[in-house]
Design a protein around this ligand. Structure first.
Ligand code: NOJ
Length: 556
């Protein structure tokens, strides 16, 4: 398989608002990030993905951009950004930016023009329609509750917003929009950034005629059916020709609704579109008729089935990105593992082993390397996220659940779980800020902060360091083929990786029960490459401890 730096890289995602506050206003900022590059270098990551830092009224924490070429004031200045970029490069790392171009903020200059009149030159930058029978043009729902359409007084028409009403969708069918986006991307590339994570890029091409969708039972609106729309590949190929192919970049598309077949187009190894996609199948396994607002747990057999089909089907034709968590998902340890204090450390290490030993580019979400967990938000007043707040209002007003029940679900599934401040040390507010943090800290930070964990060879942090370093040393981890064993086992996730003569056996116990496992003959007498319990010998019959992870290597 052709080698590439972005296949060998480990990416660390920073959610700037919650990373480190350098000026005491309670909000993380760019200078805070610059001051922590040694920490990231020590962890061993190669690429930093910055969630949006552009000018924004912050309706959706920066995913609503009002100026793509300016920095949000509370994060700092363009000089701070330039300093950060230079410092990242001086540390031998790379920086990729969030590219949010499915929509802008309603405070973007293009939209300010667009809404003025029907014949404004910017009118067609967005998606405007007449209403139907005094209601919206179709039955699509917004991902943040309610209709996906907003009536706008000045011209008496509706505009489309798949997210909040302050995030109007751009009209990608308009070539001028595409030109504007490409020239803005080019501007950032010329600054020297190393790539883009493309926000909901699978949604940019809307179906012609914007037809009504089917409203699922229990839901109020239809899915827009915009995923993988008719021109999405054409537009990405154009973007690739015009911008991406001219620089040495890493690109990852956030692709809600992507199937394996579609992913092979987005992330084909022929390099015509993107390097890789974020797929959503494994993080949708615990959804039900109300979408994410449920307390279902992921069934391990389903998780294995989904991840394994992505592993094997993309092999040799496209490339995977590997993630269990990010700023939109609950904490991976609480969701896929067990955050009980008794198991927290060992389970965080097990999940990391399971993910980082797969084929693809792994993403570490800030705090995951410390074993951060979901947060016990008390009431809706503690919650900042627009998605959770809107869903809370909708579900409680429509009588789907009580306020207590909805808070319970938000504590399990809400996005703010991943957005509580990074835990740096034992000082007040875990060293995140000297002011008042914009969102509560997770109260269970004791011992789960960077300062303590850097010193402790048995910490989650030290384990991540070892895992990441291993990937650098062993090509089999990056390029080896993947095979699932024990597909029907309810609590063990077992797979092999093979490259030439080298083979690895990865065994992860997803339960607190001790579990016996017979090591396949080929791996008997192999050596332990890494594991989260002390174990030197590999017996024929191994009794895995609670949440044990074990990687056995057989060479030649
Ligand atoms: C996906 C982003 O990751 C999420 O945080 C955001 O709310 C939506 N896209 C809208 O931009």
């Amino acid at each position: 398989m052709e080698q590439a730096w972005w296949k060998e890289a480990v990416v660390y995602q920073i959610y700037p608002k919650s990373f480190l506050d350098s000026n005491g206003d309670g909000i993380g900022d760019l200078q805070g990030i610059t001051s922590k590059l040694d920490y990231l270098k020590e962890l061993g990551v190669d690429v930093i993905w910055l969630s949006p830092v552009y000018q924004s009224p912050n309706d959706d924490n920066g995913y609503d951009i009002s100026d793509y070429c300016a920095i949000l004031e509370e994060f700092g200045t363009m000089d701070d950004f330039d300093e950060l970029l230079a410092a990242v490069h001086a540390h031998g790392m790379k920086l990729i930016m969030d590219l949010v171009v499915n929509h802008t903020s309603d405070e973007h200059a293009w939209f300010a023009e667009s809404r003025k009149s029907k014949d404004n030159p910017y009118r067609d930058y967005y998606i405007w329609r007449e209403g139907k029978e005094s209601g919206p043009p179709n039955n699509w729902g917004s991902f943040f509750s309610g209709s996906a359409w907003q009536y706008d007084e000045p011209t008496g028409m509706y505009y489309l917003h798949l997210f909040s009403k302050k995030q109007p969708d751009l009209n990608w069918d308009n070539p001028n929009v595409r030109e504007e986006v490409y020239s803005m991307m080019d501007w950032w590339c010329r600054k020297g950034i190393d790539g883009f994570r493309m926000d909901v890029i699978s949604l940019i091409s809307k179906r012609p005629g914007l037809p009504d969708g089917i409203v699922p039972s229990g839901a109020f609106y239809a899915d827009c059916g915009c995923a993988n729309g008719p021109h999405v590949h054409e537009y990405l190929q154009e973007m690739n020709r015009r911008v991406l192919s001219r620089y040495d970049l890493m690109t990852v598309g956030e692709c809600a609704g992507v199937t394996i077949e579609e992913a092979k187009k987005y992330a084909s190894l022929d390099g015509k579109e993107l390097n890789m996609v974020f797929q959503f199948e494994h993080v949708g396994l615990d959804d039900d008729q109300y979408g994410k607002w449920t307390d279902r747990r992921v069934d391990l057999r389903a998780l294995k089935r989904v991840l394994s089909s992505w592993q094997t089907e993309l092999s040799k034709t496209a490339w995977n990105s590997l993630y269990f968590g990010n700023h939109d998902q609950p904490r991976s340890l609480s969701r896929f593992g067990n955050d009980d204090p008794k198991y927290r450390t060992v389970c965080a290490k097990m999940l990391a082993t399971c993910l980082h030993m797969m084929q693809g580019t792994p993403y570490v979400y800030q705090g995951e390397e410390l074993g951060m967990t979901n947060c016990p938000f008390g009431s809706i007043e503690d919650v900042r996220d627009i998605e959770s707040r809107n869903a809370y209002r909708e579900f409680t007003q429509k009588g789907i659940c009580s306020e207590e029940e909805m808070m319970r679900l938000i504590r399990l599934r809400g996005r703010d779980n991943a957005r509580t401040p990074m835990q740096w040390n034992a000082k007040e507010h875990a060293g995140f800020t000297e002011g008042t943090p914009w969102i509560m800290l997770n109260p269970n930070d004791e011992g789960f902060h960077a300062e303590a964990q850097r010193r402790d060879p048995d910490s989650v942090f030290s384990y991540y360091k070892r895992l990441i370093a291993l990937r650098k040393k062993r090509d089999v981890i990056v390029y080896g083929s993947y095979e699932l064993l024990e597909a029907d086992h309810e609590t063990l996730y077992v797979y092999t990786r093979s490259l030439g003569e080298e083979r690895l056996l990865v065994i992860c116990n997803f339960s607190e029960q001790k579990t016996a496992y017979t090591v396949p003959e080929a791996f008997r007498g192999g050596s332990v490459l890494i594991g989260n319990y002390k174990r030197e010998q590999v017996p024929e019959e191994v009794c895995l401890k609670a949440y044990e992870a074990l990687v056995i290597r057989r060479a030649g």
